[in-house]
Design a protein around this ligand. Structure first.
Ligand code: FAD
Ligand code: FES
Ligand code: FES
Length: 510
């Protein structure tokens, strides 16, 4: 049995297909059709809901945090222990003289933010998430980040952006839902203490939500063909589009060891099931060059659910995290009932969507070393659309140097081969070279010796090769400009360093 809160009401579900999405459950089992289905692939945001979870519990008090997610990608089993809020709950318990509308709804009315209205429930939920998580208007950049996963085909975004600002101008409404959730969490703890693994059953088919790593490996030893799932942002697409019907699913999304994140003096230890939104801020404080890569990974809804373990487990040649992890020489822990095996992320991919994960193993942790002071990092994602789009080419380059001469280079690409892969020839060409444009242009010239990319719907092979060369040239210019700037500041009294070239790439314009 799983238990959760649905718009403040405690719910228990025992018999249910392991493949059922939350959107499907809402619309067909609960008759709550306010949440819409536009694409069933996480691309339109019409199905956006808020998912609350307890982030702290001490002395009988708990703190709940609400995040937007795509209900079309969220498997019902994964809502165990959580609080799901749908559009139907938004006007409940609201008393602020605003015609029973929540400020985000009232603002959408006043700013003319809706026409056909199909996208509107999802947009309201994204705006509600923004409203709950910010006490005052957080600025346009944050609003765009919150709405990046919501498509509207007829209103145009300007009125919606205006509504996002206006909602904060009305008298503020207290968020009523976490108080309900606090009462529920106490009941849930009591139930969990009975020592059963929460699960859904449908005849022979089952969905398990183990809470410990020991339970995960024990379940996998028993159900050898079981499929793992974490945030399901990749997996649910296989269910929705390819109608995959696995017999047994083991969700790792609530395993205590897999959802922990630790930063030590020398490394980041990221549990395989920690959603992107939970660790990227800390990681990008240390590696600011990776900020844009993560900001452009899917949408807010996708980043609130998707995980590193899922990205590596999916083994897509165009997943963005793998080239970064390879360039930074990250390692991963693979756990089984026999113990834990540690391998370099680079060695994990052995063929198109094939990995070295054994049948009884699960990815438990990813370890990213911290940088040396002299490390230079460049991260570039080329995609057809800036927000919420998969890479055509992703290039990550990490070089170390002494006295401006390159002493080590790790260069990894996505989108250039059947797997995310290192460019060994480019690396060799860079070694011993000076950090200037010429070195990197020459390195770009050997890209054909590393890769023979495919032509597909995203780009031709020629385009991929040309864009890779141009990116290396760009990196050479940027790295050498940064060195000149640093040298000038250290040795002269020049008041301002030369402005660096913008690191933002809009569309595939190179
Ligand atoms: C709209 C949309 C946009 C996207 N945009 C991007 C993008 O810009 N860049 C990008 O890189 N990706 C993108 N993705 C893909 C996806 O979000 C990521 O790959 C994400 O990291 C997958 O994580 P997850 O937890 O959701 O994986 P899941 O879907 O839960 O799992 C994916 C696969 O990994 C396996 N798996 C999961 N956890 C483990 C584990 N611990 N051990 C072993 N196997 C495991 C599962 O069996 C499954 O085969 C996008 C997806 C969507 C829907
Ligand atoms: S239905 Fe389009 S994102 Fe879910
Ligand atoms: S109002 Fe019609 S799609 Fe947004």
């Amino acid at each position: 049995m799983i238990q959760f809160l649905f718009n403040g009401m405690p719910i228990k579900v025992e018999k249910c297909s392991p493949n059922r999405t939350t959107l499907d459950w809402l619309r067909t089992k609960k008759g709550k059709t306010g949440t819409k289905e536009g694409c069933a692939t996480g691309d339109c945001g019409a199905c956006t809901i808020l998912v609350g979870e307890e982030v702290e519990h001490s002395g009988g008090k708990s703190v709940w945090q609400y995040k937007t997610m795509n209900s079309c990608l969220m498997l019902l089993g994964n809502v165990h222990g959580k609080h799901i809020l749908t559009i139907e709950a938004v006007t409940t318990n609201i008393h602020a003289g605003l015609a029973d509308l929540h400020p985000v709804q009232q603002a959408m009315v006043e700013c003319h933010g809706s026409q056909c209205g199909f996208c509107t429930p999802g947009i309201i939920m994204s705006l509600l998430g923004l409203y709950i998580n910010h006490k005052s208007y957080p600025g346009k950049k944050t609003v765009i980040e919150a709405l990046g996963g919501n498509l509207c085909r007829c209103t145009g975004y300007q009125p919606i952006l205006k509504a996002a600002e206006k909602a904060f101008e009305y008298e503020r409404i207290a968020e009523p839902w976490s108080a309900m959730a606090c009462r529920f969490s106490q009941q849930l703890i009591d139930e969990t203490n009975k020592g059963k693994i929460p699960h859904l059953q449908d005849g022979e088919r089952a969905f398990y939500i183990p809470q410990s790593a020991a339970d995960v490996v024990a379940l996998k030893a028993k159900h050898t063909t079981a499929t793992f799932v974490a945030g399901a942002t990749d997996f649910a697409i296989e269910l929705n589009q390819q109608l995959r019907q696995p017999q047994t699913i083991i969700s790792v999304s609530q395993v205590a060891e897999f959802i922990s994140f630790t930063e030590t003096a020398s490394e980041f230890q990221i549990g395989a099931a920690v959603p992107y939104k939970e660790f990227t801020e800390s990681l990008c404080q240390h590696y600011p060059e990776a900020t844009e890569l993560f900001e452009r990974l899917g949408s807010m809804q996708v980043r609130n659910a998707g995980t590193l373990g899922g990205s590596l487990g999916n083994a897509s040649p165009i997943g963005d995290p793998a080239p970064l992890l390879i360039a930074l020489n990250a390692q991963m822990n693979l756990q089984s009932s026999q113990g834990t095996r540690v391998i370099d992320v680079e060695d994990f991919f052995i063929g198109y969507r094939k990995t070295s994960l054994k049948e009884n193993e699960v990815i438990s942790k990813i370890i990213i070393p911290k940088r040396s002071e002299s490390l230079k990092l460049a991260c570039h994602k080329i995609s057809k659309r800036f927000e919420d789009d998969i890479s055509t080419v992703c290039l990550i380059l990490a070089v170390d140097h002494r006295n401006n001469v390159i002493t080590s280079a790790r260069c990894a690409f996505g989108g250039m081969a059947a797997t995310p892969a290192r460019a060994h020839k480019i690396e060799q060409q860079l070694l011993g070279g000076k950090i200037n444009a010429t070195t990197f242009i020459k390195a770009g010239e050997v890209v054909e010796r590393d890769f023979s990319p495919l032509t597909d719907v995203r780009a031709t092979a020629d385009y991929r090769l040309a864009v890779s060369k141009n990116l290396l040239k760009r990196i050479g210019i940027e790295f050498s400009q940064a060195s000149i700037a640093r040298f000038s500041l250290a040795t002269t009294t020049v008041p301002e360093a030369p402005s660096p070239i913008s690191t933002r790439i809009r569309h595939a314009s190179l």
